[in-house]
Write a protein that binds this ligand. Structure first.
Ligand SMILES: [Cu+2]
Length: 507
C-alpha cells in the first residue's frame, strides 16, 4: 500500500504547502507498514430499511455568502452542501463525482460506519482522483447530528461541508420544528486559499525557528496568528486567547468572516417560527480553526445531545462548541426577533443569524447578547443519559496519545512524530480500550476518533472532545468496529501538519 504524505494529505493542488510540509517531515515517503485497505464490497439493503441515495459533486464554484461572493470549492452550488438524511439502519449510498482539480474523499464525521466507507485515503481507500467517481455505502447505526467533509489536505476549510442527520425511529419528536445551524470560519476566496494559509503558517513561523521538526519547544501562549484579509492585526498575538475562555490559545488563523448556515452577519440566515413553539436546534461546528461560544439572545437553551448521543437535558444560556463537535438543543421561542450568535473564541468578529417569531425590527450584529457574558457551559461537563453509557467493563488495553507541537516552527505531532511517520497504534478486537489523551502543548485541541464514540470519565459519549492546554484525559471505547481508523486533532491545520495517528485493529 502506498501512503505518500503528498497524495494522502494534500492532493495535487496543494503543491505549495505540500512541498513545505514534505521538507519539514524529513521522510515524506514513510508510511505505516503492513496496512491493507478494506475491501469495498457492495452492501445489500437491510431487511425493512430504506436505501438513501445521493450523488455529490465537489467542484469549483462561486458562492454568495450574503452579498459577498467567493470563489471556492463546494458540494454543488451551496455552502453548506446538501443535507443527507436517513433513519438509523438505512443503507446510505452516496456517489461522489469528483469535479475538483485535485484528489478528494468524504469522511462521515462521527458515524460508527464500516471502515471501507470512512473516507480516509491511505487508510480506508485510495483518493478519489479528478474526474472519477467513488461510491460510499454504509449503514448508520446510531441516530444523531453529524456532518461530512473531505479527509484530504485542508479542503474542509473551503466550502466542502454539509450536515448528515440520522433519525431515530423510536424518538417521540417532542418539538414543533427543527433547524440545522452550521458554524464556519471563512477565508477561502478572500484573496487567499486554505492551502496558502497553511503555507503561510509554516513559512511565517519558521523565520525565527530552530531546527525543523523540533518538538521540544512549547508555544507559551504567544499565539502568533495568521492574519486574514480583513482586520489584519499582524503577529502581535494579543488577538488570541480571550481571558475569560478556559481554552486559552484556541486558534491559529484570524478569519475575515464567520458564517452561520453559509451567511455572513450583514445578510444573515433568518430562521422563522411562531411564538411559543419548541424548536430543536442541531448545532454543528464545521470550522477549521475556531471554537465558538453560542447563544440565542433572551433565551435559555436546553441541551439534549452531543455528538449524536443523548444527555440529561441541561439548561444553558450559552455553550462552547469545538471544531467537529455537535450539540442539539431545544428552545421554546419567545415573541420577537432574536440574535443567534456564534462568538469565535480568541478572535474578532462573530457568526450571526436571526430567529424571527414576529414582525418588527431585527437586532444587529453589534448588539450585545447578555447570555454570552454569563456562565458558558463546557460540553464535557454534561451528564449522559443512561441509554448512552458504555456498559461497565474492565479496561483490557491501554494506549497513549501524546500531543506535542507549537506555532514556531509550525509543527504538530502525536506520540513524538508527525503523521504518517508516527507509529500506528494496534487495537485488540473486542477489547475495552482506554486511551490517555495527553496535551503537552499550550493550545486547545479538539481530538476526534473515527468509527467509534468514546466515553469520558463521567460517562459522556463523544467522538470529538476539547483538550485544554496541558490537559490529560482518559477516554474509553469498545473495540467493536474493525479496520484502520484515524485519531486526530480537528483543527485542520494541526491535523495537516501532522497531529494525527492511525489506530489499526489486529487482524
Ligand atoms: Cu490541534
Amino acid at each position: 500500500m502506498r501512503l505518500s504524505r503528498r497524495s494522502l494529505l494534500l492532493g495535487a493542488a496543494g503543491s505549495a504547502s505540500s512541498g513545505l510540509l514534505a521538507a519539514c517531515s524529513g521522510n515524506p515517503a514513510m508510511q505505516p507498514s503492513g496496512l491493507a485497505l478494506p475491501t469495498q464490497s457492495p452492501m445489500t439493503q437491510p431487511a425493512g430499511k430504506r436505501v438513501v441515495e445521493r450523488t455529490l459533486t465537489p467542484r469549483a464554484t462561486t458562492i454568495d455568502l450574503g452579498g459577498t461572493t467567493m470563489n471556492t470549492w463546494a458540494y454543488g452550488d451551496t455552502v453548506p452542501g446538501p443535507l443527507v438524511r436517513a433513519t438509523a439502519g438505512d443503507l446510505v449510498r452516496i456517489t461522489v463525482d469528483n469535479q475538483l482539480p485535485t484528489d478528494t474523499s468524504i469522511h462521515w464525521h462521527g458515524i460508527a460506519l464500516r471502515n471501507a466507507a470512512d473516507g480516509v485515503p491511505g487508510l480506508t481507500q485510495d483518493p478519489i482522483t479528478p474526474q472519477s467517481r467513488f461510491v460510499y455505502e454504509f449503514v448508520a447505526p446510531d441516530p444523531g447530528t453529524y456532518f461530512y467533509h473531505p479527509h484530504v489536505g485542508v479542503q474542509l476549510d473551503r466550502g466542502l461541508y454539509a450536515p448528515i442527520v440520522i433519525d431515530d425511529p423510536a424518538e417521540p419528536g417532542d418539538y414543533d420544528d427543527e433547524w440545522i445551524v452550521i458554524l464556519d470560519d471563512w477565508i477561502d476566496g478572500t484573496g487567499t486559499t486554505p492551502d496558502d494559509v497553511l503555507a503561510g503558517l509554516v513559512a511565517t513561523s519558521s523565520g525565527s525557528a530552530g531546527p525543523m521538526g523540533g518538538m521540544d519547544g512549547m508555544d507559551m501562549g504567544s499565539g502568533s496568528s495568521m492574519p486574514g484579509m480583513d482586520g489584519m492585526d499582524g503577529m502581535d498575538g494579543m488577538s488570541m486567547g480571550s481571558p475569560e475562555s478556559p481554552f486559552g490559545d484556541a486558534g491559529d488563523v484570524d478569519y475575515p468572516h464567520y458564517l452561520i448556515n453559509g451567511r455572513v452577519g450583514s445578510s444573515p440566515d433568518v430562521l422563522r417560527a411562531k411564538p411559543g413553539q419548541r424548536v430543536r436546534l442541531r448545532f454543528i461546528n464545521a470550522a477549521a480553526d475556531t471554537i465558538f461560544a453560542v447563544a440565542v439572545g433572551d433565551h435559555t437553551l436546553s441541551l439534549t445531545h452531543t455528538d449524536g448521543f443523548p444527555v440529561r437535558p441541561q439548561q444553558a444560556g450559552a455553550f462552547y462548541i469545538g471544531m467537529g463537535e455537535r450539540y442539539d438543543a431545544v428552545v421554546t421561542l419567545r415573541e420577537g426577533v432574536f440574535p443567534l450568535i456564534a462568538k469565535p473564541i480568541g478572535k474578532t468578529g462573530q457568526g450571526f443569524a436571526l430567529i424571527r417569531t414576529a414582525t418588527g425590527a431585527a437586532p444587529t450584529p453589534g448588539d450585545a447578547v447578555a447570555e454570552l457574558n454569563g456562565a458558558i457551559l463546557i460540553g464535557s461537563d454534561l451528564t449522559p443519559e443512561e441509554s448512552a453509557r458504555l456498559p461497565e467493563r474492565d479496561i483490557e488495553q491501554e494506549l497513549t496519545l501524546t500531543l506535542t507541537g507549537q506555532m514556531s516552527p509550525y509543527a504538530w505531532a502525536v506520540n513524538g512524530a508527525a503523521y504518517p511517520e508516527n507509529q500506528p497504534l494496534t487495537i485488540q478486537p473486542g477489547k475495552r480500550i482506554q486511551v490517555q489523551l495527553s496535551n503537552m502543548t499550550m493550545m486547545t485541541h479538539p481530538m476526534h476518533l473515527h468509527g467509534h464514540t468514546f466515553a469520558l470519565p463521567n460517562g459522556l459519549r463523544k467522538d470529538t472532545v476539547l483538550l485544554k492546554p496541558m490537559q490529560k484525559l482518559n477516554i474509553q471505547f469498545q473495540a467493536d468496529n474493525p479496520g484502520n481508523w484515524m485519531a486526530h486533532c480537528h483543527n485542520i491545520y494541526h491535523a495537516e501538519a501532522g497531529m494525527m495517528a492511525a489506530l489499526v485493529y489486529q487482524s
